[in-house]
Design a protein around this ligand. Structure first.
Ligand code: ADP
Length: 398
């Protein structure tokens, strides 16, 4: 009997990412992306056996996208209903206070994810659509929801609570939940394993720098702080999101500038961050613009680095002693300059980056600090799909 497989699904509002993999070995059979679901022309890109197929067709909804995905698998000789598929693992962004462990999909789970949707109105509804569509298309395969907030469920109150009227925050479940948990979980465990350290006696900082960006502080194996809060808008400067701002700015934008709540939402989520500052959110383009002398791109970069350094400082002090700092995700794994600049001049704090090591490009975990550096600085490629697959398999198989 072949080893069990897990199909991991990450459903966005008009997209669906999927990966079929073996959680034990991490071997990926296939992966793909469906984009522009619901638009006149949708696109499905499927990679399997070293070949990529791209097809344009109309996919009215997520159910149609999943049916099409199954048809492509079948055309490639993989009948998912007949393969050794033990679970469908779903990325679900927000689990609220009740849901944080990987959980079997049933009506209660669906109702609960629905109930906390106001906390993640852009993410939870499409996640649910993905869950329902997979359930309908593969009724005999158990679904497992893995929550982006789960890893941070037990943040200490000092880090998790906002300093606002307690009655209001309790009534409306307003607290810092944290996101990208699957990535912080995977990377911190991988970092400890890579260095041969015991997870539960190691202090770590993880910087997940992708289009969205967040940092976490992990003390003796327990997450104690993270930069994202009630929503994924708090914290670091991101591709299109502002990260931290004075909450008074929101009031000003409404009262004085006259923007509606929806307009402020759109401004802070889609027209801020690097994009708001210099017109581009792709870090490669920002880097090229800086090289070409674009002053706005340089300012955007400086603000991005300044915010990162502020949080490195905060977390170094919160942890008191740190063993490992890891960089991950698109920017963290690829932009050597960001890694060097965000930790420059910190030799006095025990951080010394080795320029040659930092310049190495690889898909594997690697050390970028000098041998003399008291804190070991790593690049650890993230793998959220593998983490979701492992957690999903653990729920159904044990
Ligand atoms: P997400 O999953 O949040 O969409 P990713 O982790 O894929 O994001 O990261 C996307 C970001 O990584 C983009 O800003 C992209 O420009 C950046 N990135 C990818 N490759 C490179 C590279 N070689 N150098 C600098 N930035 C890169």
């Amino acid at each position: 009997m072949s080893k069990p497989l897990v199909l991991v699904i990450n459903a966005g509002s008009s997209s669906l990412k999927y990966e079929l993999l073996e959680p034990d070995s991490g071997d990926v059979t296939a992966r793909g992306l469906v984009e522009r679901i619901g638009e006149p022309v949708s696109v499905i890109t499927h990679e399997q056996g070293g070949a990529e197929t791209v097809e344009e067709l109309h996919l009215p909804d997520h159910r149609a996208a999943i049916d099409k995905m199954l048809a492509i698998f079948a055309a490639q000789g993989t009948d998912l209903a007949e393969s050794n598929l033990c679970a469908v693992g779903h990325r679900v962004v927000h689990g609220g206070r009740e849901l944080y462990r990987p959980t079997l999909v049933d009506q209660h789970l669906i109702d609960e994810v629905q109930r906390v949707s106001p906390l993640a109105p852009l993410h939870n509804p499409p996640n649910l659509v993905g869950i329902e569509a997979a359930r309908a298309a593969l009724p005999d395969v158990p679904g497992v929801a893995v929550f982006d907030t789960g890893f941070f469920h037990d943040l200490p109150d000092a880090a998790a609570l906002y300093a606002i009227d307690r009655e209001v925050s309790e009534q409306y479940a307003l607290r810092r939940y944290g996101f990208h948990g699957t990535s912080h979980d995977y990377v911190s465990h991988r970092a400890a394993e890579f260095l041969g350290r015991d997870y539960d006696t190691t202090n770590q900082i993880v910087a997940h720098l992708g289009n969205g960006a967040s940092m976490s502080a992990i003390k003796q194996g327990r997450p104690v702080d993270t930069t994202m809060g009630l929503t994924p808008l708090e914290g670091l400067v991101m591709g299109t999101r502002s990260g931290d701002i004075d909450p008074g700015l929101l009031l000003h934008l409404h009262r004085v500038v006259g923007l509606s709540v929806d307009e402020i939402d759109e401004l802070l989520n889609k027209r801020s961050g690097l994009k708001g500052l210099c017109g581009e959110n792709d870090f490669r383009t920002v880097t090229e613009m800086i090289a070409a002398g674009d002053a706005d791109a340089k300012t955007a970069y400086d603000i991005y680095i300044h915010r990162l350094r502020r949080y490195f400082g905060a977390y170094l002090v919160e942890l008191g002693h740190t063993d490992i700092i890891s960089f991950t995700a698109g920017v963290g794994e690829n932009a050597a300059g960001v890694r060097a600049d965000s930790l420059a001049g910190l030799e006095g704090l025990g951080i010394e980056i080795d320029a040659e090591r930092n310049a190495v490009r690889s898909g594997e975990p690697r050390i970028i600090s000098t041998d003399a550096s008291a804190i070991t600085v790593l690049v650890v490629p993230t793998n959220e799909e593998l983490e979701i697959a492992r957690q999903a398999k653990a729920v159904v198989v044990g």
